[in-house]
Design a protein around this ligand. Sequence first.
Ligand code: FA5
Length: 345
Amino acid sequence: MLQQLEQIQKQASEELEKINDPKELQLWKVRYLGRKSRLTRVLRSLATLPLEERRKIGVRGNEVKNILESSLAEREKILEEARIASSLKYKKLDVTLPGQPLSVGRLHPITQTLEEICDIFKGMGFQVVEGPDVEWDYYNFEALNIPQEHPARDMFATLWVDAEVGSGKARLLRTHTSPVQIRLMEEKRPPIRVVVPGRCYRYEATDATHESMFYQVEGLAIDKNITMADLKGTLVEFCRCLFGEERKIRFRCDYFPFVEPGAEVAIECLACHGAGCRVCGYTGWLEILGAGMVHPDVLRRGDIDPDVYSGFAFGMGVERMPMLRYGIDDIRLFYGNDLRFLKQF
Ligand code: FA5
Protein backbone atom coordinates (compact mmCIF):
# COMPACT_ATOMS: atom_id res chain seq x y z
CA MET A 1 0.00 0.00 0.00
CA LEU A 2 2.91 2.33 0.76
CA GLN A 3 4.15 1.68 -2.75
CA GLN A 4 0.69 2.47 -4.11
CA LEU A 5 0.72 5.80 -2.23
CA GLU A 6 4.14 6.72 -3.69
CA GLN A 7 2.89 5.90 -7.16
CA ILE A 8 -0.25 8.06 -6.71
CA GLN A 9 1.82 11.04 -5.54
CA LYS A 10 4.32 10.72 -8.41
CA GLN A 11 1.69 10.33 -11.12
CA ALA A 12 -0.50 13.18 -9.73
CA SER A 13 2.44 15.58 -9.46
CA GLU A 14 3.61 14.85 -12.99
CA GLU A 15 0.14 15.43 -14.45
CA LEU A 16 -0.37 18.61 -12.41
CA GLU A 17 2.84 20.13 -13.78
CA LYS A 18 1.46 19.94 -17.31
CA ILE A 19 -1.96 21.48 -16.60
CA ASN A 20 -2.56 25.01 -17.96
CA ASP A 21 -6.32 25.11 -18.06
CA PRO A 22 -8.71 25.63 -15.07
CA LYS A 23 -11.18 23.03 -16.40
CA GLU A 24 -8.45 20.38 -16.58
CA LEU A 25 -7.38 21.38 -13.08
CA GLN A 26 -10.90 20.67 -11.85
CA LEU A 27 -10.83 17.21 -13.47
CA TRP A 28 -7.43 16.50 -11.87
CA LYS A 29 -8.88 17.41 -8.45
CA VAL A 30 -11.73 14.95 -8.89
CA ARG A 31 -9.35 12.27 -10.14
CA TYR A 32 -6.79 12.49 -7.29
CA LEU A 33 -8.62 14.05 -4.35
CA GLY A 34 -12.29 13.20 -5.10
CA ARG A 35 -14.48 10.76 -3.12
CA LYS A 36 -13.87 7.99 -5.66
CA SER A 37 -10.13 8.63 -6.08
CA ARG A 38 -7.53 5.92 -5.43
CA LEU A 39 -6.12 7.92 -2.51
CA THR A 40 -9.52 8.17 -0.79
CA ARG A 41 -10.05 4.43 -1.28
CA VAL A 42 -6.67 3.70 0.43
CA LEU A 43 -7.50 5.99 3.35
CA ARG A 44 -10.96 4.40 3.75
CA SER A 45 -9.49 0.89 3.85
CA LEU A 46 -7.28 1.77 6.87
CA ALA A 47 -9.91 0.45 9.30
CA THR A 48 -9.45 -3.08 7.97
CA LEU A 49 -5.65 -3.10 8.59
CA PRO A 50 -3.76 -4.33 11.68
CA LEU A 51 -2.94 -1.49 14.12
CA GLU A 52 0.81 -1.12 13.37
CA GLU A 53 0.30 -1.06 9.60
CA ARG A 54 -2.72 1.26 9.97
CA ARG A 55 -0.58 3.87 11.75
CA LYS A 56 2.24 3.77 9.18
CA ILE A 57 0.01 3.86 6.12
CA GLY A 58 -2.36 6.39 7.71
CA VAL A 59 0.48 8.86 8.40
CA ARG A 60 1.88 8.50 4.88
CA GLY A 61 -1.59 8.65 3.27
CA ASN A 62 -2.37 11.96 5.03
CA GLU A 63 1.05 13.33 4.01
CA VAL A 64 0.34 12.51 0.34
CA LYS A 65 -3.11 14.12 0.64
CA ASN A 66 -1.65 17.32 2.13
CA ILE A 67 1.06 17.49 -0.54
CA LEU A 68 -1.49 17.08 -3.35
CA GLU A 69 -3.81 19.73 -1.83
CA SER A 70 -1.05 22.33 -1.46
CA SER A 71 0.28 21.55 -4.98
CA LEU A 72 -3.25 22.10 -6.30
CA ALA A 73 -3.59 25.48 -4.52
CA GLU A 74 -0.24 26.56 -5.89
CA ARG A 75 -1.18 25.58 -9.42
CA GLU A 76 -4.51 27.44 -9.11
CA LYS A 77 -2.61 30.58 -8.08
CA ILE A 78 -0.21 30.28 -11.02
CA LEU A 79 -3.08 29.88 -13.51
CA GLU A 80 -5.00 32.87 -12.02
CA GLU A 81 -1.92 35.10 -12.23
CA ALA A 82 -1.40 34.08 -15.85
CA ARG A 83 -5.06 34.90 -16.61
CA ILE A 84 -4.79 38.40 -15.12
CA ALA A 85 -1.50 39.08 -16.90
CA SER A 86 -2.94 38.09 -20.28
CA SER A 87 -6.12 40.18 -19.81
CA LEU A 88 -4.01 43.23 -18.88
CA LYS A 89 -1.88 42.67 -21.92
CA TYR A 90 -4.92 43.03 -24.22
CA LYS A 91 -6.37 45.99 -22.30
CA LYS A 92 -3.27 48.09 -22.54
CA LEU A 93 -4.06 51.77 -23.11
CA ASP A 94 -3.15 53.01 -26.53
CA VAL A 95 -2.94 56.77 -26.14
CA THR A 96 -2.57 57.27 -29.88
CA LEU A 97 -6.15 56.01 -30.56
CA PRO A 98 -8.85 58.68 -31.15
CA GLY A 99 -10.96 59.30 -28.01
CA GLN A 100 -14.51 58.00 -27.65
CA PRO A 101 -17.05 60.77 -28.33
CA LEU A 102 -18.96 61.88 -25.21
CA SER A 103 -22.64 62.44 -25.92
CA VAL A 104 -23.75 65.70 -24.34
CA GLY A 105 -27.27 65.95 -22.92
CA ARG A 106 -29.47 68.95 -23.61
CA LEU A 107 -32.65 70.55 -22.35
CA HIS A 108 -35.95 69.52 -23.93
CA PRO A 109 -37.04 72.07 -26.60
CA ILE A 110 -40.10 72.98 -24.49
CA THR A 111 -37.91 73.63 -21.41
CA GLN A 112 -35.64 75.79 -23.59
CA THR A 113 -38.68 77.73 -24.86
CA LEU A 114 -40.07 78.16 -21.33
CA GLU A 115 -36.75 79.58 -20.18
CA GLU A 116 -36.63 81.93 -23.16
CA ILE A 117 -40.20 83.18 -22.60
CA CYS A 118 -39.57 83.76 -18.88
CA ASP A 119 -36.31 85.61 -19.66
CA ILE A 120 -38.13 88.01 -22.00
CA PHE A 121 -40.73 88.82 -19.33
CA LYS A 122 -38.08 89.07 -16.61
CA GLY A 123 -36.47 91.73 -18.80
CA MET A 124 -39.77 93.65 -18.65
CA GLY A 125 -39.89 93.51 -14.84
CA PHE A 126 -42.05 90.39 -14.33
CA GLN A 127 -41.37 87.83 -11.56
CA VAL A 128 -41.59 84.07 -12.24
CA VAL A 129 -43.83 82.03 -9.89
CA GLU A 130 -45.44 78.58 -10.02
CA GLY A 131 -48.70 76.94 -8.93
CA PRO A 132 -49.97 73.38 -8.37
CA ASP A 133 -50.90 71.00 -11.22
CA VAL A 134 -53.68 69.42 -9.11
CA GLU A 135 -56.09 72.25 -8.46
CA TRP A 136 -59.41 72.92 -6.70
CA ASP A 137 -62.54 73.53 -8.77
CA TYR A 138 -62.76 76.89 -6.95
CA TYR A 139 -59.46 78.23 -8.34
CA ASN A 140 -59.70 76.65 -11.79
CA PHE A 141 -63.33 77.68 -12.41
CA GLU A 142 -65.48 79.33 -9.74
CA ALA A 143 -63.18 82.16 -8.71
CA LEU A 144 -62.64 82.86 -12.42
CA ASN A 145 -66.35 83.56 -12.98
CA ILE A 146 -67.06 80.05 -14.24
CA PRO A 147 -69.61 78.66 -11.74
CA GLN A 148 -71.20 75.18 -11.89
CA GLU A 149 -73.32 74.69 -15.02
CA HIS A 150 -71.65 77.69 -16.75
CA PRO A 151 -71.35 76.90 -20.47
CA ALA A 152 -67.72 78.14 -20.47
CA ARG A 153 -66.82 74.92 -18.61
CA ASP A 154 -67.26 73.20 -21.98
CA MET A 155 -64.24 75.16 -23.29
CA PHE A 156 -62.06 73.24 -20.84
CA ALA A 157 -62.46 69.47 -21.23
CA THR A 158 -61.58 68.61 -17.63
CA LEU A 159 -59.77 65.64 -16.11
CA TRP A 160 -61.23 65.28 -12.60
CA VAL A 161 -59.27 63.86 -9.69
CA ASP A 162 -62.20 63.64 -7.25
CA ALA A 163 -65.51 61.97 -8.00
CA GLU A 164 -67.80 64.64 -6.41
CA VAL A 165 -67.77 66.84 -9.54
CA GLY A 166 -70.08 69.83 -9.06
CA SER A 167 -69.51 70.29 -5.32
CA GLY A 168 -67.05 73.15 -5.87
CA LYS A 169 -64.62 71.30 -3.63
CA ALA A 170 -63.58 68.67 -6.18
CA ARG A 171 -59.98 68.50 -7.34
CA LEU A 172 -58.94 68.40 -10.98
CA LEU A 173 -55.86 68.58 -13.18
CA ARG A 174 -55.72 72.28 -13.98
CA THR A 175 -56.99 73.02 -17.47
CA HIS A 176 -55.07 76.32 -17.67
CA THR A 177 -52.60 78.35 -15.61
CA SER A 178 -55.21 81.06 -14.82
CA PRO A 179 -56.05 79.63 -11.34
CA VAL A 180 -52.65 80.88 -10.20
CA GLN A 181 -54.00 84.44 -10.79
CA ILE A 182 -56.38 84.01 -7.83
CA ARG A 183 -53.76 82.33 -5.64
CA LEU A 184 -51.41 85.28 -6.29
CA MET A 185 -54.06 87.93 -5.57
CA GLU A 186 -54.80 86.17 -2.26
CA GLU A 187 -51.11 86.30 -1.34
CA LYS A 188 -49.73 89.54 -2.78
CA ARG A 189 -50.81 93.17 -2.81
CA PRO A 190 -50.47 95.32 -5.96
CA PRO A 191 -48.35 96.21 -7.76
CA ILE A 192 -48.22 92.63 -9.13
CA ARG A 193 -46.25 91.68 -12.22
CA VAL A 194 -45.78 87.92 -12.62
CA VAL A 195 -45.51 85.16 -15.21
CA VAL A 196 -46.45 81.57 -14.36
CA PRO A 197 -45.05 78.71 -16.45
CA GLY A 198 -46.68 75.30 -15.96
CA ARG A 199 -48.33 72.15 -17.28
CA CYS A 200 -52.03 72.04 -18.18
CA TYR A 201 -54.24 69.06 -18.91
CA ARG A 202 -57.32 68.67 -21.09
CA TYR A 203 -59.37 65.64 -21.90
CA GLU A 204 -59.39 66.18 -25.62
CA ALA A 205 -58.55 64.30 -28.81
CA THR A 206 -54.99 65.07 -29.89
CA ASP A 207 -54.21 66.41 -33.34
CA ALA A 208 -51.40 68.40 -35.02
CA THR A 209 -51.95 71.40 -32.70
CA HIS A 210 -53.60 69.87 -29.60
CA GLU A 211 -52.17 67.65 -26.86
CA SER A 212 -53.86 66.39 -23.69
CA MET A 213 -50.86 67.64 -21.67
CA PHE A 214 -49.30 70.92 -22.75
CA TYR A 215 -47.59 73.98 -21.27
CA GLN A 216 -48.91 77.48 -20.76
CA VAL A 217 -47.34 80.65 -19.46
CA GLU A 218 -49.76 82.88 -17.61
CA GLY A 219 -49.12 86.60 -17.22
CA LEU A 220 -50.69 88.93 -14.67
CA ALA A 221 -50.10 92.63 -14.03
CA ILE A 222 -52.16 94.59 -11.50
CA ASP A 223 -51.57 98.19 -10.53
CA LYS A 224 -53.23 101.60 -10.64
CA ASN A 225 -54.06 102.84 -14.16
CA ILE A 226 -53.22 99.64 -16.06
CA THR A 227 -54.98 99.76 -19.44
CA MET A 228 -55.50 97.65 -22.55
CA ALA A 229 -52.66 99.66 -24.14
CA ASP A 230 -50.26 98.19 -21.54
CA LEU A 231 -51.46 94.69 -22.39
CA LYS A 232 -51.05 95.28 -26.11
CA GLY A 233 -47.64 96.92 -25.71
CA THR A 234 -46.36 94.07 -23.51
CA LEU A 235 -47.54 91.34 -25.89
CA VAL A 236 -46.28 93.08 -29.04
CA GLU A 237 -42.86 93.53 -27.42
CA PHE A 238 -42.86 89.87 -26.38
CA CYS A 239 -43.74 88.66 -29.90
CA ARG A 240 -41.04 90.88 -31.42
CA CYS A 241 -38.41 89.50 -29.05
CA LEU A 242 -39.38 85.88 -29.77
CA PHE A 243 -40.32 85.98 -33.46
CA GLY A 244 -38.53 89.05 -34.84
CA GLU A 245 -39.60 92.58 -35.78
CA GLU A 246 -41.27 91.77 -39.06
CA ARG A 247 -43.62 89.00 -37.84
CA LYS A 248 -47.32 89.95 -38.25
CA ILE A 249 -49.41 89.86 -35.04
CA ARG A 250 -53.20 89.88 -34.93
CA PHE A 251 -55.41 90.98 -32.00
CA ARG A 252 -59.09 90.03 -32.13
CA CYS A 253 -61.96 90.16 -29.63
CA ASP A 254 -62.48 86.95 -27.72
CA TYR A 255 -64.49 85.81 -24.74
CA PHE A 256 -63.10 84.48 -21.45
CA PRO A 257 -65.37 84.84 -18.38
CA PHE A 258 -62.49 86.10 -16.21
CA VAL A 259 -61.51 89.09 -18.40
CA GLU A 260 -63.43 92.06 -19.80
CA PRO A 261 -62.74 92.92 -22.55
CA GLY A 262 -61.09 89.73 -23.80
CA ALA A 263 -58.74 89.21 -26.75
CA GLU A 264 -57.11 86.48 -28.76
CA VAL A 265 -53.64 86.96 -30.19
CA ALA A 266 -52.51 85.10 -33.27
CA ILE A 267 -49.31 85.22 -35.21
CA GLU A 268 -48.69 84.79 -38.92
CA CYS A 269 -47.97 81.12 -39.60
CA LEU A 270 -44.25 80.64 -40.10
CA ALA A 271 -44.64 77.29 -41.79
CA CYS A 272 -46.64 78.74 -44.74
CA HIS A 273 -46.09 82.52 -44.30
CA GLY A 274 -49.82 83.12 -44.13
CA ALA A 275 -50.76 81.04 -47.18
CA GLY A 276 -52.52 78.31 -45.16
CA CYS A 277 -51.27 74.84 -44.21
CA ARG A 278 -51.85 71.91 -41.82
CA VAL A 279 -50.10 73.70 -38.92
CA CYS A 280 -52.43 76.72 -39.02
CA GLY A 281 -55.55 74.79 -40.03
CA TYR A 282 -55.34 76.49 -43.46
CA THR A 283 -56.08 79.96 -41.98
CA GLY A 284 -52.60 81.50 -42.28
CA TRP A 285 -52.70 82.39 -38.54
CA LEU A 286 -51.88 80.47 -35.41
CA GLU A 287 -53.56 81.44 -32.17
CA ILE A 288 -50.93 81.62 -29.44
CA LEU A 289 -52.71 83.18 -26.50
CA GLY A 290 -55.83 84.44 -24.83
CA ALA A 291 -55.73 87.74 -22.92
CA GLY A 292 -57.77 90.62 -21.52
CA MET A 293 -58.35 93.06 -18.68
CA VAL A 294 -58.91 91.25 -15.37
CA HIS A 295 -62.66 91.17 -14.62
CA PRO A 296 -63.67 93.39 -11.61
CA ASP A 297 -65.35 90.39 -9.92
CA VAL A 298 -62.11 88.41 -10.14
CA LEU A 299 -60.19 91.30 -8.56
CA ARG A 300 -62.79 91.48 -5.77
CA ARG A 301 -62.39 87.74 -5.11
CA GLY A 302 -58.69 88.37 -4.63
CA ASP A 303 -59.58 91.15 -2.20
CA ILE A 304 -58.37 93.88 -4.57
CA ASP A 305 -60.57 96.97 -5.04
CA PRO A 306 -61.46 97.32 -8.77
CA ASP A 307 -62.25 101.01 -8.28
CA VAL A 308 -58.60 101.62 -7.36
CA TYR A 309 -56.73 98.95 -9.28
CA SER A 310 -56.96 97.42 -12.71
CA GLY A 311 -54.95 94.69 -14.39
CA PHE A 312 -54.33 92.64 -17.48
CA ALA A 313 -53.80 88.91 -17.86
CA PHE A 314 -52.79 86.55 -20.64
CA GLY A 315 -52.26 82.83 -21.08
CA MET A 316 -50.15 81.45 -23.91
CA GLY A 317 -49.60 77.97 -25.30
CA VAL A 318 -45.86 77.22 -25.14
CA GLU A 319 -45.60 74.38 -27.71
CA ARG A 320 -46.92 76.65 -30.43
CA MET A 321 -43.90 78.96 -30.13
CA PRO A 322 -41.24 76.47 -31.31
CA MET A 323 -43.77 75.09 -33.83
CA LEU A 324 -44.01 78.54 -35.36
CA ARG A 325 -40.32 79.24 -35.16
CA TYR A 326 -39.00 76.00 -36.61
CA GLY A 327 -41.93 75.05 -38.85
CA ILE A 328 -42.78 71.92 -36.83
CA ASP A 329 -46.08 70.63 -38.16
CA ASP A 330 -47.13 68.32 -35.30
CA ILE A 331 -47.22 69.12 -31.56
CA ARG A 332 -47.11 65.39 -30.74
CA LEU A 333 -43.46 65.23 -31.84
CA PHE A 334 -42.47 67.02 -28.63
CA TYR A 335 -43.72 64.22 -26.42
CA GLY A 336 -42.98 61.18 -28.62
CA ASN A 337 -39.49 60.86 -27.08
CA ASP A 338 -37.89 60.28 -30.46
CA LEU A 339 -34.26 61.28 -29.91
CA ARG A 340 -33.75 61.94 -33.63
CA PHE A 341 -36.28 64.78 -33.29
CA LEU A 342 -35.20 66.04 -29.84
CA LYS A 343 -31.48 66.12 -30.71
CA GLN A 344 -32.09 68.85 -33.29
CA PHE A 345 -32.65 71.52 -30.64
C1 FA5 B 1 -57.00 79.75 -21.73
O1 FA5 B 1 -56.55 78.72 -21.33
C2 FA5 B 1 -57.07 80.97 -20.87
N1 FA5 B 1 -56.74 80.63 -19.53
C3 FA5 B 1 -56.10 82.02 -21.41
C4 FA5 B 1 -56.30 83.37 -20.78
C5 FA5 B 1 -55.53 83.73 -19.69
C6 FA5 B 1 -57.24 84.23 -21.30
C7 FA5 B 1 -55.71 84.98 -19.11
C8 FA5 B 1 -57.43 85.47 -20.72
C9 FA5 B 1 -56.63 85.83 -19.65
P1 FA5 B 1 -57.28 78.90 -24.17
O2 FA5 B 1 -58.11 77.74 -23.87
O3 FA5 B 1 -57.56 79.61 -25.46
O4 FA5 B 1 -57.33 79.94 -22.99
O5 FA5 B 1 -55.74 78.44 -24.19
C10 FA5 B 1 -54.68 79.38 -24.29
C11 FA5 B 1 -53.61 78.85 -25.25
O6 FA5 B 1 -53.19 77.56 -24.82
C12 FA5 B 1 -54.14 78.64 -26.65
O7 FA5 B 1 -54.05 79.83 -27.41
C13 FA5 B 1 -53.24 77.56 -27.19
O8 FA5 B 1 -52.02 78.17 -27.67
C14 FA5 B 1 -52.89 76.76 -25.95
N2 FA5 B 1 -53.69 75.52 -25.90
C15 FA5 B 1 -54.96 75.36 -25.52
N3 FA5 B 1 -55.36 74.09 -25.60
C16 FA5 B 1 -54.27 73.39 -26.03
C17 FA5 B 1 -54.00 72.01 -26.31
N4 FA5 B 1 -54.92 71.06 -26.13
N5 FA5 B 1 -52.78 71.66 -26.75
C18 FA5 B 1 -51.81 72.61 -26.91
N6 FA5 B 1 -51.99 73.92 -26.65
C19 FA5 B 1 -53.21 74.32 -26.24
